[in-house]
Design a protein around this ligand. Structure first.
Ligand SMILES: C[C@](O)(CO)[C@H](O)COP(=O)(O)OP(=O)(O)OC[C@H]1O[C@@H](n2ccc(N)nc2=O)[C@H](O)[C@@H]1O
Ligand SMILES: Nc1ncnc2c1ncn2[C@@H]1O[C@H](COP(=O)(O)OP(=O)(O)OP(=O)(O)O)[C@@H](O)[C@H]1O
Length: 300
């Protein structure tokens, strides 16, 4: 096979409960991931060495050196297989960069699936999941997709059945937020408040809303412990969230570490109208309608 194409979705966190800071610098989480229909595409072509090219809207914000997560994923896979392999990776980027939607993780997951196929390794899904967890906390979910609860750093996943399709609008922000600095701001705010940080707990009402496909209840139970930190670093996100609520969103939340804001709509038509309202009133410069859950990294 000389070329393989993989499509990988973005994510939103419908619950993100952040426990105390661990000794290794990470936080234990209850992280309810939900894959949505904004996709990056990763093409892997036969080559002597591992290289990457990034195309699309956000390509100028993505590194193409060895720090690119897709390159790191391909190298980790070759190392796992115990041989030197090459691949030219071509990323078509549609997921916002540093937007809290796991764009880099998506490209890493895409590279794992594409190179496993291109190189004829035939590694089972469990092996790819293990390599994914070493690359980043969000990478296993980008492989799995659907809706899932992540514990530990977020890399230990259990799939969650959902009772239907949910319709979303994502308001994109200018400039990204670094995930590490948002977690650090969360720690700083907590230390300043002096309150004890509870162990993260799964929200039963949210589980029920996901299981029954009840968008109204899901909207009422969205939660993100990183939101105060993202708002502290980007106060202008507050009015964006409020504008979505004013335009009838069932729930409005910062996506993961932000700065993308996620709005739950009643149905596809409402999502289209909400996206239009957010941009026409200037509350967001770009708003994208999407639905979830969708599959994780998939061969095209
Ligand atoms: C905010 C989320 O996107 C929600 O899904 C993730 O928790 C972040 O996942 P990610 O981007 O894959 O993050 P990683 O590359 O694993 O870690 C980046 C940095 O985020 C912080 N980090 C990440 C995950 C976690 N459970 N606790 C943390 O404190 C750490 O400072 C870490 O150095
Ligand atoms: N393939 C890639 N795509 C996007 N960013 C990448 C990639 N490889 C490395 N990066 C770097 O990683 C940083 C974080 O990008 P990413 O888009 O994954 O953030 P994010 O969506 O906020 O992550 P998460 O939601 O998982 O916390 C970028 O600023 C960029 O420098």
């Amino acid at each position: 096979m000389s070329s393989v194409t993989v499509r990988v979705p973005a994510k939103v966190n419908v619950q993100l409960s952040v426990g105390p800071l661990r000794e290794d610098g990470y936080h234990d989480l209850v992280n309810v991931f939900h894959a949505v229909s904004i996709f990056d595409e990763v093409v892997a072509k036969e080559s002597e060495s591992i290289t990457v090219v990034v195309n699309g809207k956000w390509s100028d914000q993505v590194p193409t050196d060895d720090s690119n997560l897709a390159i790191r994923a391909a190298r980790a896979l070759a190392k796992h297989a115990g041989r030197t392999y090459g691949a030219d990776l071509i990323i078509q980027k549609d997921i916002p960069v540093a937007g809290g939607m796991a764009g880099g993780s998506a490209d890493a997951a895409g590279a794992l699936v594409a190179c496993n196929e291109l190189w004829g390794l035939g590694l089972p899904f469990e092996d790819l999941m293990e390599i994914a967890g070493d690359l980043g906390s969000d990478v296993p979910f980008s492989l799995l997709g659907g809706t899932a609860v992540g514990t530990g750093r977020g890399e230990q996943l259990s799939e969650l059945p959902t009772g239907g399709t949910f319709h979303w609008v994502f308001a994109l922000a200018d400039g990204g937020l670094s995930t590490a600095s948002v977690y650090a701001e969360c720690d700083r705010l907590r230390a300043a408040s002096g309150a004890e940080v509870p162990w993260p707990q799964l929200d039963d009402s949210l589980m029920e809303a996901l299981g029954t496909g009840d968008a109204y209840s899901l909207g009422a139970h969205l939660s993100n412990d990183l939101q105060p930190a993202a708002l502290s670093l980007r106060p202008e996100l507050g009015p964006t969230l409020e504008a979505g609520r004013q335009h009838g969103a069932l729930g409005a939340i910062v996506s993961g570490s932000g700065p993308t804001c996620a709005f739950l709509a009643i149905d596809a038509l409402h999502a289209r109208d909400l996206a239009h309202s957010l941009t026409s009133t200037g509350a967001a410069h770009t708003a994208v309608a999407a639905h979830g859950p969708v599959q994780g990294a998939t061969l095209a």
